[in-house]
Design a protein around this ligand. Structure first.
Ligand code: UT7
Length: 365
């Protein structure tokens, strides 16, 4: 879909990363994994990732990134908050209202969006539609994830792939001629692959209280090889669709920013789009796969901002669990990105009692 009259314009971007940096060898030694630094680097492009400290949660990163994006945008009056995440602070309620509260935004509407690694682009598309439809004038969109809380440190197929972080953008109602304008959106899903990326337990299919699930069922699982092939196919197709919808020839795209899951996937997609290396931007070597945060972290990267000019044609494309995919054509925003350290953990909600001491621990099914 293409937006010719009124659209949403990115007026600010922000980021937040936890301080703790882990190398591949740190991950390998923690999980005693049968892999090597060389394997992970050559098969994924990942060398380092960030990790939250005990006691920190997704909202601590998301609140800081949201605040940084608001600063970057000149602190406008935000009237809506959308958080894209797979790792909310709690299964219930959504985390976005707490973020809105911690940012001092009062009683604005706030909700979470679950589209896994496509989540930030789904949230950008939703914000654009809400702004075009008049339900919001200025919307804060945050992508934040802490996969260190759901990845199995002993699973070599996933342990070295993910990192923690948060990125955010402020969108306001504006003209497609303004730098930062969203020009076109392409969204899709294929639920036949719902079990290729999953946390098996903890939802209504395998609830906690019926029987104690296998500990491994609480961890994130991914069929990497199958996901890889579909990611290349759908990201390429979706990027072509969004460029066609925007009316932009692929070779006029100045910046390609794909979901940072695997450097080989990113290179395959960019090759198929005919976009040379100098037009590809990412952070996978330093940050790994930060899920919903990966694209907004690139948007808010000062190095990337300095390499591009406001108004440069940019294509964003993502693929993730669901399966879901999404692409957005926009022009590069004018505002310089800002970053903040994580907010101190919120202490208003006490931790639940340890399961071993609660009554009864489990009811048989
Ligand atoms: O963010 C959401 C979307 N996610 C993605 O798009 C991720 C998509 N998948 C991937 O990035 C890649 O598939 C992986 C990085 C997960 C795996 O890389 P690959 O090059 O696709 O490896 P593969 O799955 O084809 O496996 C090749 C071999 C297998 O052994 P066999 O079956 O050939 O004997 C794996 O068991 O490599 C093995 N393997 C490993 N070996 C050493 C898998 N993980 C590792 C490892 N170290 N960490």
């Amino acid at each position: 879909m293409r937006f010719d009259d009124i659209t949403a314009v990115i007026t600010g971007t922000g980021s937040c990363l936890p301080a703790d940096t882990l190398s591949n060898n740190d991950i390998i030694s923690t999980g005693d994994l049968k892999t090597t630094d060389a394997w992970v680097r050559s098969r994924t492009g990942i060398a380092y990732r960030r990790r939250i400290s005990p006691g920190q949660a997704t909202s601590d990163l998301a609140t800081a990134a949201g605040g940084a994006a608001a600063d970057s945008a000149g602190n406008p009056t935000v009237d809506m908050v959308i958080l894209a995440t797979t790792t909310p602070d709690h299964p219930c309620p959504a985390t976005a209202p707490q973020i809105a509260h911690r940012l001092g935004l009062g009683t604005v509407p706030a909700f979470d969006m679950a589209a896994v690694c496509s989540g930030f682009l789904y949230a950008l598309a939703t914000a654009t539609a809400l702004i075009r439809g008049g339900l919001s004038h200025t919307c804060l969109v945050i992508g934040a994830d802490t996969y260190s809380t759901i990845v199995n440190p002993y699973d070599r197929e996933t342990a070295a792939l993910f990192g923690d972080g948060a990125g955010a953008a402020v969108l306001s109602r504006g003209s497609p001629t303004t730098p930062g304008a969203i020009h076109a959106v392409d969204l899709g899903s294929d639920g036949s692959g719902h079990d290729l990326i999953t946390i098996p337990a903890g939802g209504s299919r395998h609830p906690h209280h019926r029987r104690p699930p296998e500990p491994a069922a609480h961890y994130f699982h991914m069929h990497g090889r199958e996901v890889y092939a579909r990611a290349v196919r759908h990201m390429t197709r979706s990027a072509h669709h969004v460029l066609a919808a925007a009316g932009w020839a692929p070779e006029t795209t100045r910046a390609f920013i794909g979901h940072q899951a695997n450097q080989r996937i990113l290179d395959s997609v960019a090759d198929r789009l005919g976009l040379p290396t100098e037009r590809r931007f990412g952070n996978i070597a330093r940050l790994g796969n930060t899920a919903a945060a990966s694209i907004p972290l690139v948007l808010a990267d000062p190095t990337v901002h300095h390499a591009l000019r406001p108004g440069d044609r940019t294509v964003l494309t993502a693929f993730g669990g669901g399966l879901t995919w999404a692409s957005i054509a926009l022009t590069w925003p004018a505002a310089a990105p800002r970053s903040k350290p994580p907010e101190p953990p919120s202490t208003s909600v006490p931790a639940p009692p340890h399961p071993a001491r609660s009554q009864p621990p489990w009811t048989p099914s």
